[in-house]
Design a protein around this ligand. Structure first.
Ligand code: KIV
Ligand code: NA
Length: 267
């Protein structure tokens, strides 16, 4: 719908005010994020956060589409960007295009995001030439967890720095409208942000980026343990534990349902 932020509007924010983004996986949570976010990311982190998987490798195209449809129903103002899941875009530009078309056409979202580096520039060029806006994702790329040997901060060695700088330049040249920089050291984030003309969206990548994104459930405090780069803006996990415990007590001692919660016959 034309009420949403457009991809050119996001692209044009480079050098202006920071881009605000959060993840959402459902209409329920998208409704809270939509008024404040420039874009909502339907991240493949949903495999871990929502489906209890150990990594994002198990996210499927059907899962991304189902959650993307839900987020579209719960939002009206933010642009919606949906992650292409592991295995859906790496093999060939044609296969990536076929799967990106499914994501855009079956959800109505504005863009897809894909992880990797310079080797994916041909895929990005193929998609963007055909009307599929692409956000890149470089640095700590969770879909490469098996290759990286864990979720590890990138950019400590000069080899990593050179690679990630080249990834950013190649993604920009291939036509990506923005790039997520995840889990990289501050000077690297700053240098990349200064050296490309498209907005960088940071997560664990310092305040030098042109925008920020966090996983909603992390910043809401659903989980006790979160990485250093997450700030908990609420402690909903504690609230939910208390609510469920209070409910269990009330049911056990028959104080719930109370007078307010029951139906008396009409007399
Ligand atoms: O899947 C996700 O939530 C993401 C963000 C962390 C950038 O890719
Ligand atoms: Na992701």
């Amino acid at each position: 719908s034309n009420k949403r932020r457009t991809i050119p509007e996001l692209r044009a924010r480079k050098g202006k005010s920071p881009i605000v983004a959060l993840t959402a996986y459902s209409a329920l949570t998208a409704r809270f994020v939509d008024p404040y976010a420039d874009f909502i990311l339907v991240g493949d982190s949903l495999a871990m956060v929502e489906h209890g998987m150990a990594t994002t490798i198990g996210a499927s195209l059907d899962m991304m589409i189902l959650h993307g449809q839900s987020v579209m129903r719960g939002s009206e103002k933010a642009a919606v960007v949906i992650d292409m899941p592991f295995g859906s875009y790496e093999a060939s530009p044609q296969e990536a295009y076929h799967n990106a078309v499914r994501i855009l056409s079956e959800t109505g979202c504005s863009a897809v995001k894909l992880e990797g580096g310079s080797h994916l520039a041909p895929v990005i060029a193929f998609l963007t030439a055909r009307g599929v806006p692409v956000m890149g994702h470089i640095g700590l790329t969770p879909q490469y967890v098996q290759t990286l040997g864990g979720f590890k901060i990138q950019g400590h060695s000069s080899e990593q720095q050179d690679k990630i700088k080249q990834d950013a330049l190649d993604f920009e040249a291939a036509g990506a409208f923005s790039v997520v920089l995840e889990g990289v050291t501050e000077p690297l984030a700053r240098e990349i942000t200064d050296n490309i003309a498209i907005p960088t969206i940071g997560i664990g990548a310092s305040s030098y980026c042109d925008g920020q994104v966090l996983v909603l459930e992390d910043m809401l405090g659903f989980n006790d343990k979160v990485p250093r780069f997450v700030k908990k803006f609420a402690h909903l996990g504690d609230d939910i534990k208390k609510a469920v415990s209070d409910y269990a007590t009330a049911v056990s001692n028959r104080s719930f349902p109370a007078e307010d919660n029951i139906y008396r016959p009409k007399s």
